[in-house]
Design a protein around this ligand. Structure first.
Ligand code: ZN
Length: 407
């Protein structure tokens, strides 16, 4: 049969098969929902659980510090996707992952994915309490040690200009985070310009972008970031969402000590809650253990932070969430982030599993399930606000991140 199909029809066939498979599992009620139906976020009222979640938090200070831009570059956004993400034949797993990502962001099949992403995002933000904002990430290309862009190994690129333009268009709802590769010859000028144009942080994904945070090539970038007092949000630990250069060792949280040595405030994304890395003694340990040890180390107290995005995904250990809840001494250095649109990939997060582990009350399931299919931002927020272990929940201050990024 395959010889009879053109590349395009093969692509459509695979897309249909993947969707059909997902749809089929959804119709069997014993299975969790898989497809996000992208329901109208205006149709849900505020439950008692959600009302309680906002107690003690001023929405004006609520900035979700970890939100991704999804798109295909079918507008003038400048976004580029590699064939890894768009070719079902060469890279079936990445392709299906990418479909799930698009579905979570509700970009639809209109052929106008960039625009659909923004429409959905703004429809969601519109029904957040007044003042609440999402911080949107640009995503720089892979660069080599010579400072040149490496287009072949770049899986995904979102220009700073695009992230900035969205924040400019919706200043009451969006902030933007620049992404600048520190090996670029113009990295210092780029950083200065980004700060001038209102960027609130710098976003890195070292393993995918090919950044070794311990490289001397980063020094000028660090010094400028410290001088301008702009934090770097960098992934630590394993990264599942994107494929590319994949130099896994670069995401070892210990490598970020070089940035802190130069005085940069570093936010370890997801608190390095997944994967293993090599410690200073050459032993393989959990990345989260390295993050924890650094959080405990007095010398990094002014510089090391963690964002709590993605910690509720099924592929994280429940022990990590328990530790983050009960280590209350860390709470003034934890920052709220969702990892939107991952929060809209329904099978990735199970409220029920938190009930089974004793971190969530049974009666929270129903309001959370409703939120999950209508509003991934409110779902993630209310879930994290409702988690409790040994009487400890996440402190209010974690959810008021504005002051940290406005310093
Ligand atoms: Zn992320």
């Amino acid at each position: 049969m395959t010889e009879l199909l053109t590349n395009q029809s093969r692509r459509n066939f695979l897309k249909l098969s993947a969707t059909g498979l997902l749809m089929h599992s959804r119709s069997v009620s014993a299975f969790p929902k898989i497809i996000n139906e992208c329901l109208d976020p205006r149709l849900i009222s505020t439950s008692k659980l959600e009302e309680n979640a906002w107690q003690g938090i001023n929405p004006e200070n609520w900035w979700d510090c970890h939100a991704h831009i999804v798109g295909s570059g079918d507008s003038d956004s400048g976004i580029t996707l590699s064939s890894d993400l768009s070719d079902p034949l060469l890279h079936p797993i990445q392709y299906i992952q990418h479909l799930a990502y698009e579905n979570a962001a509700c970009t639809g099949n209109s052929g106008e994915q960039d625009i659909a992403f923004v429409s959905r995002l703004m429809a969601l933000m519109e029904v957040m309490p007044k003042g609440a904002k999402a911080m949107l990430y640009a995503f720089d290309k892979v660069h080599g040690a010579n400072g040149d862009a490496d287009h072949i190994n770049t899986a995904f690129f979102v220009p700073n200009e695009y992230a900035q333009s969205l924040a400019q268009r919706y200043p009451e709802r969006l902030e933007w985070v620049a992404s600048i590769h520190p090996y670029r010859k113009d990295c210092v000028a780029k950083l200065e310009k980004a700060v001038e144009q209102g960027a609130k942080a710098i976003k890195w994904l070292p393993s995918v972008m090919g950044i070794d945070p311990s490289s001397p090539l980063c020094k000028d970038f660090y010094r400028t970031a410290a001088k301008l007092n702009i934090p770097i949000i960098s992934h630590g630990g394993e990264e599942k969402a994107l494929h590319g250069a994949n130099q896994a060792i670069y995401s070892n949280p210990l490598r970020l000590r070089h940035a802190m040595d130069e005085g940069v405030r570093v936010v370890v994304a997801h608190c390095a809650s997944i994967g293993n890395d090599i410690n200073d003694q050459g032993k393989q340990v959990r990345s989260f253990d390295l993050f924890s040890a650094m959080m405990e180390d007095k010398q990094w107290q002014q510089h090391l932070y963690g964002d709590i995005s993605a910690i509720v995904l099924r592929n994280r250990e429940i022990e990590v969430v328990k530790t983050l809840l009960t280590q209350t001494a860390w709470h003034n250095r934890l920052l709220y982030g969702s990892d939107y649109p991952l929060t809209g990939v329904l099978p990735l997060i199970s409220a029920k599993s938190f009930v089974d582990s004793g971190l969530l009350e049974t009666n929270a399931i129903e309001p959370l399930m409703t939120l999950q299919s209508h509003h991934p931002f409110r779902f993630d927020f209310v879930l994290k606000r409702s988690l409790k272990w040994q009487g400890q929940s996440f402190a209010n201050s974690i959810f008021e991140t504005k002051a940290f990024f406005n310093r």
